[in-house]
Design a protein around this ligand. Structure first.
Ligand SMILES: Nc1ncnc2c1ncn2[C@@H]1O[C@H](COP(=O)(O)OP(=O)(O)OP(=O)(O)O)[C@@H](O)[C@H]1O
Ligand SMILES: [Mg+2]
Length: 472
Protein backbone atom coordinates (compact mmCIF):
# COMPACT_ATOMS: atom_id res chain seq x y z
CA UNK A 1 0.00 0.00 0.00
CA UNK A 2 1.35 3.41 -0.98
CA UNK A 3 0.84 6.73 0.74
CA UNK A 4 -0.56 9.32 -1.67
CA UNK A 5 -0.91 13.06 -1.12
CA UNK A 6 -3.34 15.04 -3.30
CA UNK A 7 -2.80 18.77 -3.57
CA UNK A 8 -5.88 20.22 -5.22
CA UNK A 9 -8.06 23.20 -4.33
CA UNK A 10 -11.12 21.98 -6.23
CA UNK A 11 -12.90 19.95 -3.61
CA UNK A 12 -14.79 17.75 -6.13
CA UNK A 13 -11.67 16.82 -8.11
CA UNK A 14 -9.81 16.03 -4.88
CA UNK A 15 -12.65 13.87 -3.58
CA UNK A 16 -12.99 11.94 -6.87
CA UNK A 17 -9.22 11.29 -7.06
CA UNK A 18 -9.05 10.31 -3.41
CA UNK A 19 -11.84 7.83 -4.03
CA UNK A 20 -9.95 6.27 -6.98
CA UNK A 21 -6.73 6.00 -4.96
CA UNK A 22 -8.54 4.33 -2.07
CA UNK A 23 -10.32 1.93 -4.43
CA UNK A 24 -6.90 0.93 -5.79
CA UNK A 25 -5.91 -0.07 -2.28
CA UNK A 26 -3.76 2.91 -1.29
CA UNK A 27 -3.98 5.50 1.45
CA UNK A 28 -4.80 9.05 0.42
CA UNK A 29 -4.86 12.50 2.04
CA UNK A 30 -5.81 15.78 0.39
CA UNK A 31 -4.96 19.40 1.03
CA UNK A 32 -5.76 22.58 -0.92
CA UNK A 33 -2.47 24.54 -0.84
CA UNK A 34 1.22 24.09 -1.67
CA UNK A 35 2.26 25.31 1.76
CA UNK A 36 0.15 22.77 3.56
CA UNK A 37 1.35 20.04 1.18
CA UNK A 38 5.01 20.83 1.77
CA UNK A 39 4.39 20.84 5.50
CA UNK A 40 2.98 17.34 5.24
CA UNK A 41 5.75 15.86 3.05
CA UNK A 42 8.32 17.20 5.49
CA UNK A 43 6.90 15.23 8.40
CA UNK A 44 5.83 11.80 7.10
CA UNK A 45 6.72 9.26 4.44
CA UNK A 46 4.91 9.82 1.15
CA UNK A 47 5.36 7.81 -2.03
CA UNK A 48 3.49 10.00 -4.43
CA UNK A 49 2.08 13.52 -4.75
CA UNK A 50 -0.70 14.38 -7.20
CA UNK A 51 -0.18 18.07 -7.79
CA UNK A 52 -2.56 20.58 -9.33
CA UNK A 53 -1.00 23.45 -11.32
CA UNK A 54 -3.07 26.49 -10.44
CA UNK A 55 -3.31 26.64 -6.67
CA UNK A 56 -4.34 29.47 -4.34
CA UNK A 57 -0.77 30.09 -3.13
CA UNK A 58 1.17 29.61 -6.38
CA UNK A 59 1.92 27.51 -9.42
CA UNK A 60 2.31 23.82 -8.55
CA UNK A 61 5.03 23.40 -11.19
CA UNK A 62 7.33 25.74 -9.27
CA UNK A 63 7.14 23.57 -6.18
CA UNK A 64 7.97 20.17 -7.74
CA UNK A 65 11.60 20.40 -6.63
CA UNK A 66 10.56 21.25 -3.06
CA UNK A 67 8.39 18.16 -2.87
CA UNK A 68 11.11 15.97 -4.31
CA UNK A 69 13.66 17.42 -1.91
CA UNK A 70 11.53 16.65 1.15
CA UNK A 71 12.50 13.79 3.48
CA UNK A 72 10.47 11.05 1.77
CA UNK A 73 11.38 12.36 -1.73
CA UNK A 74 8.01 11.38 -3.24
CA UNK A 75 7.43 11.18 -6.98
CA UNK A 76 5.18 13.92 -8.38
CA UNK A 77 2.39 13.52 -10.92
CA UNK A 78 1.09 16.83 -12.20
CA UNK A 79 -2.59 17.31 -13.08
CA UNK A 80 -2.79 19.69 -16.03
CA UNK A 81 -5.82 21.41 -17.52
CA UNK A 82 -7.33 19.64 -20.48
CA UNK A 83 -6.04 20.76 -23.89
CA UNK A 84 -2.91 22.40 -22.47
CA UNK A 85 -0.09 20.61 -24.32
CA UNK A 86 2.52 23.07 -23.04
CA UNK A 87 1.51 22.33 -19.47
CA UNK A 88 2.37 18.66 -19.95
CA UNK A 89 5.79 19.48 -21.37
CA UNK A 90 6.55 22.02 -18.65
CA UNK A 91 5.52 19.45 -16.05
CA UNK A 92 8.03 16.89 -17.34
CA UNK A 93 10.76 19.50 -17.75
CA UNK A 94 10.16 20.64 -14.18
CA UNK A 95 10.95 17.16 -12.90
CA UNK A 96 7.48 15.62 -12.60
CA UNK A 97 7.38 11.84 -13.00
CA UNK A 98 4.28 12.04 -15.19
CA UNK A 99 1.27 14.22 -15.91
CA UNK A 100 -2.44 13.51 -16.21
CA UNK A 101 -4.99 15.58 -18.07
CA UNK A 102 -8.14 16.63 -16.28
CA UNK A 103 -10.81 15.36 -16.06
CA UNK A 104 -9.06 12.34 -14.61
CA UNK A 105 -10.14 8.89 -15.71
CA UNK A 106 -9.93 5.89 -13.42
CA UNK A 107 -7.94 3.83 -15.93
CA UNK A 108 -5.34 6.59 -16.41
CA UNK A 109 -4.93 7.10 -12.70
CA UNK A 110 -4.60 3.34 -12.18
CA UNK A 111 -1.96 2.93 -14.90
CA UNK A 112 0.05 5.94 -13.83
CA UNK A 113 -0.04 4.91 -10.19
CA UNK A 114 1.03 1.37 -11.01
CA UNK A 115 4.01 2.54 -13.08
CA UNK A 116 5.25 5.06 -10.58
CA UNK A 117 5.03 2.62 -7.70
CA UNK A 118 6.86 -0.08 -9.64
CA UNK A 119 9.58 2.41 -10.50
CA UNK A 120 9.82 3.58 -6.92
CA UNK A 121 10.05 0.08 -5.56
CA UNK A 122 12.87 -0.70 -7.97
CA UNK A 123 14.92 2.41 -7.30
CA UNK A 124 14.53 2.04 -3.55
CA UNK A 125 15.70 -1.57 -3.80
CA UNK A 126 18.73 -0.57 -5.88
CA UNK A 127 19.63 2.27 -3.50
CA UNK A 128 19.42 -0.10 -0.57
CA UNK A 129 21.63 -2.65 -2.30
CA UNK A 130 24.20 -0.01 -3.16
CA UNK A 131 24.29 1.23 0.41
CA UNK A 132 24.83 -2.32 1.58
CA UNK A 133 27.66 -3.05 -0.86
CA UNK A 134 31.01 -3.58 0.78
CA UNK A 135 33.36 -1.55 -1.34
CA UNK A 136 36.53 -1.68 0.69
CA UNK A 137 39.47 -0.24 -1.12
CA UNK A 138 37.50 1.44 -3.91
CA UNK A 139 38.10 5.17 -3.79
CA UNK A 140 36.34 7.72 -5.99
CA UNK A 141 32.89 9.13 -6.40
CA UNK A 142 32.86 10.35 -9.99
CA UNK A 143 29.71 9.67 -11.94
CA UNK A 144 31.65 7.26 -14.17
CA UNK A 145 32.86 5.22 -11.21
CA UNK A 146 29.42 5.33 -9.58
CA UNK A 147 27.96 3.78 -12.75
CA UNK A 148 30.51 0.94 -12.48
CA UNK A 149 29.70 0.46 -8.79
CA UNK A 150 26.02 0.19 -9.67
CA UNK A 151 26.94 -2.67 -12.02
CA UNK A 152 28.92 -4.32 -9.22
CA UNK A 153 25.69 -4.28 -7.22
CA UNK A 154 23.75 -5.87 -10.05
CA UNK A 155 26.43 -8.47 -10.70
CA UNK A 156 26.63 -9.37 -7.02
CA UNK A 157 22.92 -10.10 -6.96
CA UNK A 158 22.98 -12.61 -9.80
CA UNK A 159 25.04 -15.42 -11.24
CA UNK A 160 25.63 -14.06 -14.74
CA UNK A 161 29.17 -14.13 -16.14
CA UNK A 162 30.91 -10.76 -16.03
CA UNK A 163 33.46 -9.17 -18.33
CA UNK A 164 35.48 -6.29 -16.89
CA UNK A 165 37.43 -4.18 -19.36
CA UNK A 166 39.65 -1.15 -18.92
CA UNK A 167 43.20 0.05 -19.38
CA UNK A 168 45.94 -1.36 -17.21
CA UNK A 169 45.72 -0.28 -13.57
CA UNK A 170 42.10 0.93 -13.69
CA UNK A 171 41.02 -1.54 -11.01
CA UNK A 172 39.72 -4.58 -12.90
CA UNK A 173 40.91 -7.02 -10.27
CA UNK A 174 39.71 -4.76 -7.46
CA UNK A 175 36.23 -4.71 -9.00
CA UNK A 176 36.25 -8.47 -9.62
CA UNK A 177 36.97 -8.94 -5.92
CA UNK A 178 34.19 -6.52 -4.98
CA UNK A 179 31.70 -8.55 -7.03
CA UNK A 180 32.81 -11.83 -5.48
CA UNK A 181 32.83 -10.55 -1.90
CA UNK A 182 29.39 -8.99 -2.27
CA UNK A 183 27.88 -12.08 -3.87
CA UNK A 184 26.27 -15.13 -2.35
CA UNK A 185 29.54 -16.98 -3.09
CA UNK A 186 31.61 -14.73 -0.82
CA UNK A 187 32.20 -17.49 1.72
CA UNK A 188 33.77 -19.72 -0.92
CA UNK A 189 36.95 -19.21 -2.87
CA UNK A 190 37.86 -16.59 -5.41
CA UNK A 191 40.35 -18.36 -7.68
CA UNK A 192 42.50 -16.05 -9.79
CA UNK A 193 43.97 -17.32 -13.05
CA UNK A 194 46.34 -15.02 -14.90
CA UNK A 195 46.13 -16.19 -18.49
CA UNK A 196 49.03 -13.93 -19.53
CA UNK A 197 51.46 -15.50 -17.07
CA UNK A 198 50.92 -19.08 -18.20
CA UNK A 199 52.05 -20.62 -21.47
CA UNK A 200 49.31 -22.41 -23.41
CA UNK A 201 50.28 -25.90 -22.29
CA UNK A 202 50.32 -24.89 -18.64
CA UNK A 203 47.00 -23.01 -18.86
CA UNK A 204 45.34 -26.26 -19.79
CA UNK A 205 46.78 -28.32 -16.95
CA UNK A 206 46.34 -25.46 -14.47
CA UNK A 207 42.68 -24.99 -15.34
CA UNK A 208 41.63 -28.58 -15.83
CA UNK A 209 44.05 -30.39 -13.52
CA UNK A 210 45.41 -33.81 -14.41
CA UNK A 211 45.37 -37.45 -13.46
CA UNK A 212 48.43 -39.32 -12.33
CA UNK A 213 50.54 -40.34 -15.34
CA UNK A 214 48.77 -37.87 -17.71
CA UNK A 215 52.19 -36.73 -18.93
CA UNK A 216 55.83 -37.26 -18.06
CA UNK A 217 56.39 -35.88 -14.60
CA UNK A 218 52.74 -36.13 -13.54
CA UNK A 219 53.50 -38.52 -10.68
CA UNK A 220 50.38 -37.45 -8.74
CA UNK A 221 46.95 -36.27 -9.75
CA UNK A 222 46.35 -32.54 -9.37
CA UNK A 223 43.10 -30.68 -8.97
CA UNK A 224 42.59 -27.92 -11.52
CA UNK A 225 41.69 -24.30 -10.77
CA UNK A 226 38.20 -24.72 -12.26
CA UNK A 227 37.46 -27.37 -9.65
CA UNK A 228 38.99 -25.24 -6.91
CA UNK A 229 36.49 -22.53 -7.79
CA UNK A 230 33.58 -24.91 -7.17
CA UNK A 231 30.82 -22.94 -5.38
CA UNK A 232 33.03 -19.87 -5.61
CA UNK A 233 34.22 -17.53 -8.35
CA UNK A 234 36.78 -18.11 -11.08
CA UNK A 235 38.53 -14.88 -12.08
CA UNK A 236 40.05 -15.29 -15.50
CA UNK A 237 42.41 -12.36 -15.77
CA UNK A 238 43.84 -11.22 -19.13
CA UNK A 239 41.32 -13.43 -20.91
CA UNK A 240 42.35 -11.85 -24.23
CA UNK A 241 45.61 -13.83 -24.02
CA UNK A 242 43.92 -17.24 -24.31
CA UNK A 243 44.87 -19.09 -27.47
CA UNK A 244 42.13 -20.03 -29.94
CA UNK A 245 42.29 -23.67 -28.86
CA UNK A 246 41.98 -22.76 -25.17
CA UNK A 247 39.08 -20.44 -26.00
CA UNK A 248 37.30 -23.36 -27.62
CA UNK A 249 37.96 -25.64 -24.66
CA UNK A 250 36.90 -22.99 -22.19
CA UNK A 251 33.69 -22.18 -24.04
CA UNK A 252 32.71 -25.79 -23.61
CA UNK A 253 33.41 -25.62 -19.87
CA UNK A 254 31.28 -22.51 -19.62
CA UNK A 255 28.38 -24.14 -21.40
CA UNK A 256 28.56 -27.45 -19.52
CA UNK A 257 30.01 -26.30 -16.21
CA UNK A 258 31.95 -29.56 -16.36
CA UNK A 259 35.29 -30.64 -17.86
CA UNK A 260 37.69 -33.54 -18.11
CA UNK A 261 41.12 -33.36 -16.38
CA UNK A 262 44.13 -34.14 -18.61
CA UNK A 263 44.56 -37.89 -18.88
CA UNK A 264 41.21 -38.45 -17.18
CA UNK A 265 38.25 -40.37 -18.52
CA UNK A 266 35.51 -38.85 -16.35
CA UNK A 267 33.79 -35.49 -16.60
CA UNK A 268 34.04 -33.47 -13.38
CA UNK A 269 31.42 -30.88 -12.52
CA UNK A 270 32.22 -27.50 -11.01
CA UNK A 271 29.65 -24.91 -10.02
CA UNK A 272 31.71 -21.77 -10.52
CA UNK A 273 30.81 -18.22 -11.36
CA UNK A 274 33.02 -16.62 -13.98
CA UNK A 275 34.44 -13.12 -13.98
CA UNK A 276 36.83 -12.36 -16.83
CA UNK A 277 38.96 -9.26 -17.36
CA UNK A 278 41.11 -7.81 -20.09
CA UNK A 279 42.72 -4.58 -21.21
CA UNK A 280 42.49 -5.65 -24.84
CA UNK A 281 39.76 -4.74 -27.30
CA UNK A 282 38.00 -8.09 -27.61
CA UNK A 283 35.59 -6.76 -30.26
CA UNK A 284 38.49 -5.81 -32.50
CA UNK A 285 40.18 -9.14 -31.77
CA UNK A 286 37.00 -10.97 -32.66
CA UNK A 287 36.69 -9.00 -35.93
CA UNK A 288 40.24 -10.05 -36.74
CA UNK A 289 39.56 -13.68 -35.95
CA UNK A 290 41.68 -13.67 -32.78
CA UNK A 291 38.87 -14.09 -30.28
CA UNK A 292 35.81 -16.31 -30.63
CA UNK A 293 32.69 -14.22 -30.83
CA UNK A 294 30.56 -16.94 -29.24
CA UNK A 295 32.88 -16.90 -26.21
CA UNK A 296 32.85 -13.10 -26.10
CA UNK A 297 29.08 -13.15 -26.21
CA UNK A 298 28.95 -15.55 -23.25
CA UNK A 299 31.53 -13.70 -21.19
CA UNK A 300 29.79 -10.40 -21.56
CA UNK A 301 26.43 -11.16 -19.93
CA UNK A 302 27.31 -8.21 -17.70
CA UNK A 303 29.91 -5.80 -19.05
CA UNK A 304 31.75 -3.33 -16.82
CA UNK A 305 34.09 -0.86 -18.47
CA UNK A 306 36.35 0.99 -16.07
CA UNK A 307 37.15 4.44 -17.48
CA UNK A 308 40.77 5.63 -17.53
CA UNK A 309 41.83 7.78 -14.58
CA UNK A 310 42.50 10.86 -16.75
CA UNK A 311 38.77 10.97 -17.55
CA UNK A 312 37.94 11.24 -13.83
CA UNK A 313 39.73 14.28 -12.38
CA UNK A 314 37.51 14.19 -9.30
CA UNK A 315 38.70 10.67 -8.54
CA UNK A 316 42.34 11.77 -8.96
CA UNK A 317 41.88 14.40 -6.25
CA UNK A 318 40.20 11.89 -3.93
CA UNK A 319 42.78 9.19 -4.61
CA UNK A 320 45.67 11.58 -3.97
CA UNK A 321 44.19 12.60 -0.65
CA UNK A 322 43.45 9.01 0.37
CA UNK A 323 46.72 7.50 -0.82
CA UNK A 324 48.95 10.21 0.62
CA UNK A 325 47.28 9.81 4.02
CA UNK A 326 47.96 6.08 3.81
CA UNK A 327 51.59 6.67 2.82
CA UNK A 328 52.25 9.18 5.62
CA UNK A 329 50.89 6.65 8.04
CA UNK A 330 52.80 3.68 6.68
CA UNK A 331 56.07 5.68 6.52
CA UNK A 332 55.35 6.89 10.06
CA UNK A 333 55.90 10.54 9.11
CA UNK A 334 53.89 13.68 9.82
CA UNK A 335 51.62 14.66 6.94
CA UNK A 336 53.19 16.96 4.38
CA UNK A 337 51.65 19.69 2.33
CA UNK A 338 51.27 19.09 -1.40
CA UNK A 339 52.25 22.20 -3.35
CA UNK A 340 49.61 23.62 -5.75
CA UNK A 341 51.96 22.96 -8.69
CA UNK A 342 52.24 19.34 -7.58
CA UNK A 343 48.45 18.96 -7.73
CA UNK A 344 48.36 20.78 -11.04
CA UNK A 345 50.88 18.34 -12.49
CA UNK A 346 49.05 15.34 -11.10
CA UNK A 347 45.81 16.59 -12.66
CA UNK A 348 47.30 17.33 -16.05
CA UNK A 349 49.33 14.14 -16.48
CA UNK A 350 47.62 11.44 -18.56
CA UNK A 351 48.30 8.46 -16.23
CA UNK A 352 48.62 5.70 -18.84
CA UNK A 353 49.18 3.24 -15.98
CA UNK A 354 46.12 4.65 -14.18
CA UNK A 355 45.66 4.11 -10.42
CA UNK A 356 48.64 1.76 -10.15
CA UNK A 357 50.91 4.40 -11.70
CA UNK A 358 49.44 7.10 -9.46
CA UNK A 359 50.11 4.95 -6.38
CA UNK A 360 53.71 4.37 -7.41
CA UNK A 361 54.26 8.02 -8.29
CA UNK A 362 52.97 9.18 -4.91
CA UNK A 363 55.11 6.64 -3.11
CA UNK A 364 58.18 7.87 -5.00
CA UNK A 365 57.31 11.53 -4.40
CA UNK A 366 56.73 11.14 -0.69
CA UNK A 367 59.88 9.06 -0.20
CA UNK A 368 61.85 11.69 -2.09
CA UNK A 369 60.42 14.44 0.11
CA UNK A 370 60.98 12.70 3.45
CA UNK A 371 63.09 15.52 4.83
CA UNK A 372 60.95 18.35 3.50
CA UNK A 373 57.61 19.69 4.74
CA UNK A 374 56.18 20.24 1.26
CA UNK A 375 55.94 17.85 -1.69
CA UNK A 376 56.90 19.58 -4.94
CA UNK A 377 56.70 18.62 -8.61
CA UNK A 378 60.39 17.77 -8.60
CA UNK A 379 59.65 14.89 -6.24
CA UNK A 380 57.56 13.14 -8.91
CA UNK A 381 59.24 10.34 -10.90
CA UNK A 382 61.40 11.71 -13.69
CA UNK A 383 59.46 9.99 -16.51
CA UNK A 384 56.29 11.79 -15.42
CA UNK A 385 58.01 15.18 -15.24
CA UNK A 386 59.58 14.59 -18.65
CA UNK A 387 56.24 13.69 -20.15
CA UNK A 388 54.60 16.79 -18.64
CA UNK A 389 57.39 18.99 -19.95
CA UNK A 390 57.00 17.49 -23.41
CA UNK A 391 53.25 18.03 -23.53
CA UNK A 392 53.55 21.57 -22.19
CA UNK A 393 56.14 22.45 -24.78
CA UNK A 394 53.82 21.07 -27.45
CA UNK A 395 50.89 23.03 -26.09
CA UNK A 396 52.80 26.33 -26.36
CA UNK A 397 51.70 28.29 -29.41
CA UNK A 398 54.64 28.56 -31.83
CA UNK A 399 55.01 32.32 -31.42
CA UNK A 400 55.21 32.19 -27.62
CA UNK A 401 58.58 30.67 -26.83
CA UNK A 402 59.07 29.24 -23.38
CA UNK A 403 62.58 30.63 -23.10
CA UNK A 404 62.88 34.17 -24.38
CA UNK A 405 66.67 34.02 -24.74
CA UNK A 406 66.26 31.30 -27.37
CA UNK A 407 64.27 33.53 -29.68
CA UNK A 408 65.55 37.07 -29.43
CA UNK A 409 63.13 39.80 -30.33
CA UNK A 410 59.93 37.88 -29.53
CA UNK A 411 57.64 39.51 -26.99
CA UNK A 412 57.15 37.60 -23.76
CA UNK A 413 54.25 38.38 -21.42
CA UNK A 414 55.25 39.80 -18.06
CA UNK A 415 56.09 37.15 -15.49
CA UNK A 416 53.23 38.07 -13.12
CA UNK A 417 50.68 37.99 -15.90
CA UNK A 418 51.84 34.57 -17.17
CA UNK A 419 51.84 33.20 -13.67
CA UNK A 420 48.32 34.54 -13.04
CA UNK A 421 46.99 32.91 -16.22
CA UNK A 422 48.43 29.50 -15.46
CA UNK A 423 47.44 29.64 -11.84
CA UNK A 424 43.92 30.67 -12.71
CA UNK A 425 43.58 27.79 -15.22
CA UNK A 426 44.83 25.40 -12.61
CA UNK A 427 42.51 26.80 -9.94
CA UNK A 428 39.51 26.32 -12.22
CA UNK A 429 40.47 22.71 -12.90
CA UNK A 430 41.11 22.07 -9.23
CA UNK A 431 37.81 23.48 -8.01
CA UNK A 432 35.82 21.73 -10.74
CA UNK A 433 37.41 18.46 -9.71
CA UNK A 434 36.83 19.24 -6.04
CA UNK A 435 33.12 19.96 -6.54
CA UNK A 436 32.70 16.92 -8.74
CA UNK A 437 34.48 14.60 -6.32
CA UNK A 438 32.55 15.89 -3.31
CA UNK A 439 29.28 15.91 -5.28
CA UNK A 440 28.77 19.54 -4.46
CA UNK A 441 28.88 18.94 -0.70
CA UNK A 442 30.43 22.17 0.59
CA UNK A 443 31.35 20.84 4.01
CA UNK A 444 33.19 17.91 2.44
CA UNK A 445 34.82 20.22 -0.13
CA UNK A 446 36.12 22.38 2.73
CA UNK A 447 37.47 19.29 4.49
CA UNK A 448 39.22 17.93 1.40
CA UNK A 449 40.65 21.26 0.26
CA UNK A 450 41.46 22.57 3.73
CA UNK A 451 39.80 25.90 2.83
CA UNK A 452 37.19 27.83 4.80
CA UNK A 453 33.66 28.26 3.48
CA UNK A 454 34.12 31.91 2.49
CA UNK A 455 37.34 31.20 0.59
CA UNK A 456 35.71 28.24 -1.16
CA UNK A 457 32.65 30.24 -2.21
CA UNK A 458 34.91 33.03 -3.49
CA UNK A 459 36.79 30.55 -5.68
CA UNK A 460 33.58 28.99 -7.01
CA UNK A 461 32.29 32.46 -7.83
CA UNK A 462 35.56 33.55 -9.41
CA UNK A 463 35.60 30.57 -11.75
CA UNK A 464 31.83 30.45 -12.24
CA UNK A 465 31.68 26.88 -11.00
CA UNK A 466 28.16 25.81 -10.26
CA UNK A 467 27.03 23.30 -7.69
CA UNK A 468 23.88 22.77 -9.71
CA UNK A 469 23.07 19.18 -10.44
CA UNK A 470 24.45 18.05 -7.10
CA UNK A 471 22.03 17.55 -4.27
CA UNK A 472 22.40 19.85 -1.25
N1 LIG B 1 39.14 3.16 -7.50
C1 LIG B 1 40.23 2.72 -6.85
N2 LIG B 1 40.40 3.04 -5.57
C2 LIG B 1 41.49 2.62 -4.89
N3 LIG B 1 42.45 1.85 -5.41
C3 LIG B 1 42.33 1.50 -6.69
C4 LIG B 1 41.21 1.90 -7.48
N4 LIG B 1 41.36 1.38 -8.72
C5 LIG B 1 42.50 0.69 -8.70
N5 LIG B 1 43.10 0.75 -7.50
C6 LIG B 1 44.37 0.12 -7.09
O1 LIG B 1 45.24 0.21 -8.21
C7 LIG B 1 46.02 -0.97 -8.34
C8 LIG B 1 45.75 -1.59 -9.67
O2 LIG B 1 44.43 -2.13 -9.69
P1 LIG B 1 44.09 -3.52 -10.37
O3 LIG B 1 45.20 -4.51 -10.16
O4 LIG B 1 42.73 -3.93 -9.94
O5 LIG B 1 44.10 -3.04 -11.89
P2 LIG B 1 43.88 -3.87 -13.23
O6 LIG B 1 42.88 -3.11 -14.01
O7 LIG B 1 43.58 -5.28 -12.89
O8 LIG B 1 45.30 -3.70 -13.94
P3 LIG B 1 46.03 -4.68 -15.01
O9 LIG B 1 45.26 -4.59 -16.29
O10 LIG B 1 47.38 -4.09 -15.15
O11 LIG B 1 46.02 -6.06 -14.42
C9 LIG B 1 45.62 -1.87 -7.18
O12 LIG B 1 46.53 -1.69 -6.13
C10 LIG B 1 44.24 -1.36 -6.80
O13 LIG B 1 43.97 -1.61 -5.44
MG1 LIG C 1 44.72 -7.03 -13.30
Amino acid sequence: MAKVLIIEDDFDVAAALSDMVTRLGHESTSCPTIEEGIGKTGSADWDLVFLDVRLPDGNGLDSIDDFKASASAPEVIVMTGYGDPDGAEVAIRSGAWDYLHKPLSFSNVRLSLKRVLQYRENTLKLQKQEKQLKLEGIVGSSRQLAACIELVGQAAQCEADVLITGETGTGKELFARAIHFNSARARNRLVVVDCAALPDTLVESALFGYERGAFTGADRAKEGLIKQADRGTLFLDEVGELSMSMQKAFLRVLQERSFRPLGGSREIASDFRLIAATNRDLDAMSRNGLFRDDLLFRLRSIAIHLPPLRMRPGDIVELVSHLTEQLFESFGITPKELSPEFMESVLSYTWPGNVRELMNALRTAISAATREPVVFVRHLPVNIRASLARSRAKAQPEDTPVFPEMSPGVTVSPFKQSRETILSEWEKKYFEALISSTKGNIREACRVSGLGRTQLYEMLKKHRISRLGWPD
